[in-house]
Design a protein around this ligand. Structure first.
Ligand SMILES: Cc1ncc(COP(=O)(O)O)c(C=O)c1O
Length: 392
């Protein structure tokens, strides 16, 4: 029976990591994998997480099972940071559950939307490739619209048209900030218009907030999410702590539902618990416990806010230096200065990307996505000259 199973293609980015590791050239540059790197190329454990982990080792009384909702102390500790304001849970209309990473949260959001009657999900493309895989696996139709306009800003007319043509039983998946892969975020004015359109069309918002704090700031990066929950009756929010707490492999995320009232939110979440039970039963505890400890200790929270600010500043510094480079041949780097987060798409073809790898030891995704944090200030000149060489 099992011989009916066909070999599936390897994940392209994971394959790229292997190629990069095997490359002996000392000046090689990895712009592929989507993790933050410091100015020396490291992806260290946050100091606040190290301290929280030490506390866990010293003080955790048990590792007995939690429920499918995971660590609710963690889920609730995040709420003020995500939703802000004087009543961040909107009088109990917002509540959540812990998930294995942002991926688990997106999975619960799409599956819950489907259980509630959603049959198709609108999404700007390109997007994080796993969004499409989750929709296909969950059995909802993905209806794509163009995300990036030619000038490097968001293609609002395409989003407007998609929402107006949507019809009933439709959701839209929106990146909360630091769009992956384009770096093109909606401005506050655009978010306001999008929320108006959602109110008018009744399309359900699924907001994927995977990089809060890595764009313009914790509050700025949550502008869209907060506008959605302040002005719409319902929404689903998928959140990742894997980037903004550097917890990647520990798989830390949360899913939040906003409904018309607190009782309905608990009913919605009971569906999330059932979905979790049938998938992973309950989420891994360690990373979420560390985040809870960090967010319930004022000094550790401040430490986190500061570390995130320095990461953000480094990403911005690299973006600005790239945007100021006028010698990248046929590649216009100027739009990167006005975009946010770790990622940007470069208009390179397959032959140019292959040449960057073969001739210049520069590794990037086949789509032309680069991880800005993979560049150190010292490597930017080499990168820009290589772009000029392949695009001349
Ligand atoms: C847009 C977006 N959403 C969600 C995720 C999921 O993150 P994780 O499952 O690692 O927390 C990612 C990861 O790259 C992402 O880019």
């Amino acid at each position: 029976m099992l011989n009916k199973l066909q070999q599936q293609p390897a994940d392209a980015l994971l394959a790229l990591i292997k190629l990069f590791d095997a490359d002996p050239r000392p000046d090689k540059i990895d712009l592929g994998v989507g993790v933050y790197r410091t100015a020396t190329g490291a992806t260290p454990v946050f100091a606040c997480i190290k301290a929280a982990e030490q506390k866990l080792v010293d003080e955790q009384p048990t590792k007995a099972y939690l429920g499918p909702e995971g660590d609710m102390g963690f889920v609730h500790a995040l709420i003020p940071h995500i939703f802000g304001g004087t009543d961040p849970s909107q009088g109990g209309r917002i509540d959540g559950m812990q998930t294995p990473g942002g991926t688990g949260a997106v999975r619960i959001a799409v599956a819950m939307a489907k259980k509630a009657g959603v049959t198709k999900v609108l999404m700007g493309t390109p997007s994080w490739p796993n969004h499409a895989q989750i929709m296909a696996d969950t059995g909802v139709e993905l209806v794509g619209f163009n995300h990036a306009a030619a000038d490097g800003s968001a293609d609002l007319p395409a989003l407007r048209d998609a929402l107006r043509a949507a019809g009933p039983n439709t959701a839209v998946l929106l990146h909360g900030c630091c769009h992956n892969p384009t770096g093109i975020d909606y401005t506050p004015a655009q978010w306001d218009e999008i929320v108006d359109l959602l109110a008018e069309t009744g399309v359900l918002a699924i907001v994927d907030l995977a990089y809060q704090g890595l764009g313009l700031g914790m509050d700025e990066d949550a502008y869209g999410t907060r506008a959605v929950v302040a002005r719409l009756p319902e929404a689903l929010i998928a959140y990742s702590c894997d980037k903004n707490f550097g917890l990647y492999r520990d798989r830390v995320g949360a899913f939040y539902a906003l409904t018309s009232d607190a009782a309905q939110t608990q009913a919605a979440l009971s569906n999330g618990h059932a979905l979790a039970r049938a998938n992973w039963s309950m989420p891994p505890d360690h990373g979420a416990s560390a985040v809870r400890l960090a967010l319930t200790d004022a000094a550790l929270t401040q430490n986190w806010v500061d570390e995130l600010a320095s990461m953000r500043a480094r990403i911005r510094q690299v973006r600005e230096k790239l945007a100021a480079s006028s010698n990248a041949g046929g590649v216009n780097l100027v739009p990167l200065g006005g975009q946010q987060g770790m990622f940007a798409m470069l208009p390179l073809n397959a032959a140019q990307i292959a040449s960057l790898r073969a001739d210049h030891a520069i590794y990037m995704a086949g789509s032309g996505r680069i991880n800005i944090a993979g560049l150190t200030m010292g490597k930017i000149d080499k990168f820009v000259s290589a772009l000029a060489a392949v695009s001349a």
